[in-house]
Structure formats: C-alpha cells, structure tokens
Design a binder for this molecule. Structure first.
Ligand SMILES: NC(=O)c1ccc[n+]([C@@H]2O[C@H](COP(=O)([O-])OP(=O)(O)OC[C@H]3O[C@@H](n4cnc5c(N)ncnc54)[C@H](O)[C@@H]3O)[C@@H](O)[C@H]2O)c1
Length: 342
C-alpha cells in the first residue's frame, strides 16, 4: 500500500522554509499532497496593515505547481473556504482536504507542535510528523515576511515566486532622449537586469527602419520585447529596468507606417509597470545611423503624439528633463521615493 501524506498551508507568501518542508516530506511518503488553503477574507485580514498585499490564490498555486513540477510524487491541490483568520473551521477544512486528496491519509506534515492535538482529532488514522520544528534549517516565517515585506527577506523567497514581486520601471520617450543609457545605468546602479529596446535590435537586424519596416513587424517587436522582459524579470534583483513598451511600438507604427494597430493596444492593456519615467527630448539629438527625426519641430510633434498615445492608453508617467546628470539624479530620487522597501 502506498503511503500518502499531505502538507498544508496558506503560503502567504511561499518561502524557503516551505520549500525545505515540502522536499523533506516528499522523501518520507510515496505520494505527497501539498494543500493550499485559501480564503479571500482570511488572506485579506492577514495582510491588512502589513507590508505585503494579499496574493491571489492562483498565483500561490502557480508557485507551488512550478516548484514541484519535477517532483513526480508530489501533487498540488487547493481548498477554499470563506472564513476569517480567527474563525477558521479546522473540522470543515479537514473534510475539504480529505475530499481534495480522495485517498486514505497516512501522514500529516507540519512544523508546528501546536497543531498536534488538532491533527490527532481530525486525522486519527494518520501520524503527525514535524519537520524542522525549531526552524533551524530555514529560520523564517510567513508572518515575519508579511511584517517587513518580501524585500527584507529576499534570500528566503523562492526563485519561482520572485518574479511576482519584482518592481518594473519602464523608461519612455522619443528618439535620442537618453533612454538606453539611462536604462543601462539604472540597472548597474541597482545591481539588476534590464531590457534593451527590442525594436531597435529588430531594425538593426533589418538594416534600417524608415521605408522598409512592414506593418507585420510591429506585433513581432512588441511580442519579442515582452519575451525579453520576461527573461529579465526572472533574473532580476528586486527591480528591473525596461527601455520602452507597446505604446511606443504603436507610436512607431503610426509614424513609419501610418497604421494604428489594435493588437498593440491590446498588448498595452495587459502590461503593468510600477513606475514610468518619461524622458523629454530636451537633450541634443544624436545621429546614430537609425534615427531620422532630428528636426526640432518634428521632435516636438513626436513628443506630443507619444504623450497623447500614452494618455489614451491610461499610462501614468513622470516627466523628466534637463541634463543627463539631472535625469539620472531625478530618476534615482523617484525610484527611492516610490520603492522605499528596496
Ligand atoms: N483543516 C485542516 O485539517 C488543515 C490542515 C493543515 C493545514 N490547514 C491550513 O493550513 C494552515 C496551516 O498552516 P500555516 O497557517 O502554518 O500556514 P503557513 O503557510 O504559514 O505554513 C505552512 C506549513 O509550513 C510550515 N512552516 C512554516 N515556516 C517554516 C519553516 N521556516 N521551516 C519549516 N516549515 C515551516 C508550517 O508549520 C506549516 O506546517 C491553516 O491555517 C489552515 O488554513 C488546514
């Protein structure tokens, strides 16, 4: 007979202590069920007034699934209830857990000795096995993380969960306003990753842009850019810097091909950034071989149209002008003010 066990929790948020317990438990039974217990009300209560906003259950489920995807004897299930933190009904919870597992339960894992009497009553047929009761292996708790925020305990946040918390800063603007340099410099200052403007790489690959770029190139630029963002976010250290996004791609589609594309609007609608820095074109225009809009009036018109497009898409941005030095200082100051916890 196969030995079946489960490890339950709220995973609000998932941390390395949970990871250790899940892995250890998986070596002690033939089949391990990781049970995510969630309740909108309880999760909101636990996070209220803390440094962590409540995390949707599907995100926590995604982390657990990703974490255990190569553990053949581990299955992730979820059970929902409507209770708050103080009136959680363990008995009803156990019935739901039994139903979700659908097998005889031989072992209940946890790291809490206080759960022993409850588990004895609810799962009389099962053994309660404690894993790292004193939290010596991984000295952390979800309560501590909620108190001080994930960035205070970044080393305890599993790689599968980190992307959810990464702060995304996008740098916007028209040609030759210092975006790529500022993006790279900020990434170096904050010791993290960044995303180059993929549209630029794409045009370099074409050998130019004006007159040869096709309508169908733009969605590829926008998707290609998103894939690069995804990569950079996966490898980022708390914050990531991104040079341009889908609204800027729309702007170029209008500029070079006189075409407003619905697909780019749709991409713009699903992207979410935590801070948008807009660089004004008040630094010298530099001809880099790809740029064609250096005339003062054209620069002003383009700047006006890009801002209009951003507003049409509901993008809120902070405008930054002045010398290169002032742009860097203002950006660093804004980032510090916006993300105090980093
Ligand atoms: N009704 C039931 O029968 C039943 C059974 C088990 C769990 N649950 C649900 O799960 C919750 C219990 O878990 P929790 O509130 O402790 O959730 P949690 O997400 O904080 O922790 C989940 C588990 O990880 C263990 N853990 C935490 N930090 C650890 C560390 N540093 N090292 C090793 N292990 C660590 C905890 O002891 C717990 O067993 C309950 O509130 C309930 O919602 C219900």
């Amino acid at each position: 007979m196969k030995k079946v066990g489960f490890f339950g929790g709220k995973f609000l948020p998932l941390h390395q202590g949970h990871v250790y317990s899940i892995i250890k438990a998986s070596t002690m039974v033939d089949e391990l069920y990781v049970v995510l217990s969630h309740s909108e009300k309880r999760d909101q209560e636990l996070c209220a007034g803390s440094s962590l906003s409540s995390i949707p259950c599907h995100i926590r489920l995604r982390w657990l699934s990703q974490l255990t995807k190569e553990m053949d004897n581990v299955k992730v299930v979820e059970v929902e209830d409507q209770e708050g933190n103080d009136d959680y009904n363990w008995k009803e919870g156990s019935l739901k857990i039994r139903e979700a597992i659908g097998r005889k339960i031989d072992v209940v894992f946890s790291s809490e000795i206080e759960y022993a009497p409850t588990f004895k009553e609810l799962y009389p047929e099962a053994k309660h096995i404690l894993i790292d009761e004193n939290r010596e292996q991984v000295p952390i708790s979800a309560t501590k993380i909620r108190e001080k925020g994930v960035f205070a305990y970044w080393g305890y946040i599993p790689e599968v969960a980190k992307p959810y918390f990464i702060k995304k800063v996008v740098i916007l603007g028209t040609e030759s306003c210092g975006k790529s340099t500022l993006t790279r410099n900020l990434a170096l200052i904050y010791n993290t990753t960044y995303v180059k403007e993929y549209g630029r790489e794409y045009c370099e690959m074409l050998g130019g842009c004006d007159g040869i770029i096709l309508e169908e190139d733009y969605p590829m630029i926008a998707y290609g850019h998103k894939l690069k963002e995804y990569e950079a976010i996966r490898n980022a250290n708390k914050i990531v810097f991104i040079d341009t996004e889908a609204v800027v791609t729309q702007f170029y589609s209008e500029l070079y091909n006189q075409k407003h594309q619905t697909v780019l609007d749709e991409i713009a609608q699903i992207q979410k950034y935590d801070l948008c820095l807009y660089l004004e074109p008040d630094v010298k225009w530099v001809d880099d071989g790809l740029r064609v809009h250096g005339d003062k009036k054209v620069r002003e018109d383009n700047n006006h149209r890009l801002k209009e497009l951003l507003k049409e898409n509901g993008v809120k941005f902070v405008s930054i002008g002045g010398t290169y030095q002032e742009r860097l200082e203002k950006s660093v100051e804004l980032i510090g003010r916006t993300f105090k916890e980093i």
